[in-house]
Design a protein around this ligand. Structure first.
Ligand SMILES: Cc1cc2nc3c(=O)[nH]c(=O)nc-3n(C[C@H](O)[C@H](O)[C@H](O)COP(=O)(O)OP(=O)(O)OC[C@H]3O[C@@H](n4cnc5c(N)ncnc54)[C@H](O)[C@@H]3O)c2cc1C
Length: 44
């Protein structure tokens, strides 16, 4: 089964890892253009 995960924070890749281990075919999309910086985190 194919799964699409929306969001590559900590939860998305963690879920993707475990789903892949269970045999799912995982794709992931992320709206942010780049990795978050510490400064961006403090503005959330
Ligand atoms: C101000 C602040 C400071 C924090 N400081 C700390 C700290 O010092 N230490 C700590 O352990 N935790 C800290 N946290 C908590 C930590 O950031 C969260 O617990 C953690 O990031 C949650 O992970 P998540 O994957 O659930 O969500 P997020 O990290 O929010 O990831 C969600 C991802 O989904 C993406 N996304 C959203 N909508 C879409 C869409 N429609 N399509 C595609 N992608 C999408 C976002 O761009 C984001 O990358 C802080 C939180 C805040 C708000």
């Amino acid at each position: 089964m194919r799964v699409l995960i929306s969001g590559a924070g900590i939860a998305g890749p963690t879920l993707g890892y475990w789903l892949e281990r269970r045999g799912f075919e995982v794709s992931m999309i992320e709206k942010a253009p780049a990795l978050r910086t510490k400064e961006e985190e403090s503005r959330r």
